[in-house]
Design a protein around this ligand. Structure first.
Ligand code: CTP
Length: 435
């Protein structure tokens, strides 16, 4: 399978008919303009591996934006997003999305800078890429449909299970490839080829040339892998992870917690946010702050990391075996769900786990049956008094002291009789509500 010279059958078998039809049409249009068109990048690798991948990258030896406009004209409600700086265009319609690019070479003004892009031959376009297994192309114009272009030994490396860069300066040009290499290695159960591994180690300092935004993007991609702990562990062993923050660990604890996170959120995968909170769990408040600002985490993710740390510091209060449910609720309800879930997974105390579990599965959804309107009819004044009555009702519900709406009404009326003098209940006037 890895040594095929023509992928026509694999394309038709593995890709949805609508995408095959689109590529045939694109090949016809490109050929009519005297251009060559190729399928490139990860999808070629995955066609050879027999893995699902619907992210189509097409490369054309002419103007990709013009070709994209021509093709958009043939598809009702197509949306086209051109990028004139990189000669690329994204074409989307219904549930489909295809990236088109002009075949190009890239030069880097300095390590880690975004590349300067010049249109170039397909050979040069493939040579600028990260790894041999990602540097293959498939011809899409009629007459050559399906023919594989493999100039740098991509198929051999697929067969040998190797991740290999194309030239010595690859990681210097773009150190995000260090993270990319680890992702492919762990996802495919491949190995970094020895020289690539040596250069990766040599070029670790180049990670400093990459902005926190781009490192965050790579980290998020790592956390979207099926088994992200494998990538994180490898990154820790190769000293790539400490470049993100020296306090981060990719150890057995993390692997166990990631696995538990998957079990807890099945059938969906856990959110990146939850994985991040577990990864950052043992950082101090100060270290968490530094990580957040280096990676420029979005507000909601930053809040989750901060809250997760705050709750970690309060967990002892949940270790008391005989805690009333209302007390558990009180200790947890102000934290966001991902931060609570991270602590649920992280704690090794069965009691704390049981209490947080009870909150997550039951207590956080408990509400009194009586609404503010009902209480107003019962004579509760809006404002602090109403808030207080609702809080008491919620506590009674949580602790099982009341289980029905009727019981709640009786409770409110009881409070009125027994604590008439309390400033909170002073305005209860005895007008009942319909039961
Ligand atoms: N590429 C590269 N160097 C980078 C990023 C991308 O050479 N730093 C090239 C590779 O040829 C890659 C292609 O651009 O295959 C598309 O990039 P991307 O979509 O990120 O990679 P995929 O291979 O599709 O990866 P994945 O399977 O993880 O989606």
């Amino acid at each position: 399978m890895y040594q095929l010279n023509n992928l026509a059958r694999q394309i038709e078998k593995q890709l949805p008919a609508r995408l095959v039809e689109f590529m045939q049409e694109a090949g016809l249009v490109a050929a009519a303009q005297g251009q060559n068109l190729y399928l490139v990048g990860g999808v070629v690798r995955d066609l050879l591996l027999g893995r699902a991948n619907l992210d189509l990258d097409l490369a054309v030896t002419g103007n990709a934006i013009n070709l994209a406009w021509r093709l958009a004209g043939t598809i009702p409600a197509a949306k086209l997003t051109p990028n004139r700086h990189f000669f690329t265009a994204k074409l989307s319609w219904e549930n489909w999305s295809v990236d088109l690019a002009t075949t190009r070479s890239e030069t880097y003004a300095r390590p880690g800078a975004l590349p300067r892009v010049l249109s170039a031959s397909i050979e040069e376009d493939l040579f600028r890429r990260d790894f041999t297994i990602n540097a293959m192309a498939v011809e899409l114009i009629p007459g050559r449909w399906g023919e594989v272009i493999d100039l740098y030994g991509g198929r051999d490396d697929l067969e040998k299970g190797l991740i290999r860069i194309l030239h010595e300066d690859s990681f210097i040009d773009d150190a995000t490839r260090i993270w990319r290499g680890l992702r492919y290695e762990q996802r495919l159960d491949f190995k970094l080829e020895p020289k690539t591994l040596r250069l990766l180690k040599r070029d670790l300092p180049m990670l400093e040339t990459i902005s926190g935004d781009r490192i965050r993007h790579e980290l998020e991609l790592a956390l979207k892998e099926e088994l992200p702990e494998k990538v994180i562990r490898r990154a820790a062993n190769l000293k790539v992870l400490p470049e993100v923050h020296p306090g981060l660990k990719g150890d057995d604890w993390l692997a166990r917690k990631f696995e538990e996170a998957r079990q807890a959120s099945a059938p969906n995968p856990p959110s990146v946010e939850l994985y991040l909170a577990l990864l950052a769990y043992w950082l101090t408040e100060d270290q968490t702050g530094k990580l957040i600002s280096y990676l420029r985490l979005r507000k909601s993710h930053a809040r989750t990391l901060e809250e997760s740390g705050l709750l970690k510091a309060e967990l002892k209060a949940l270790a008391e075996p005989a805690l009333a449910p209302s007390r558990i609720y009180l200790l947890l309800h102000e934290y966001g769900l991902p931060a609570v879930t991270a602590n649920y997974l992280a704690t090794d105390s069965p009691t704390i786990k049981k209490h947080i579990g009870l909150f997550l599965t039951k207590l956080r959804n408990v509400k009194p049956s009586l609404t503010g309107r009902d209480l107003a009819k019962l004579g509760t004044a809006p404002g602090p008094q109403m808030k207080e009555v609702l809080r008491h009702l919620l506590e009674a519900r949580l602790d099982g002291k009341v289980t029905s709406k009727k019981g709640e009404v009786e409770m409110v009326e009881g409070w009125k009789d027994s604590i008439m003098k309390s400033p909170i209940f002073l305005s209860l006037d005895g007008r009942g509500i319909k039961r």
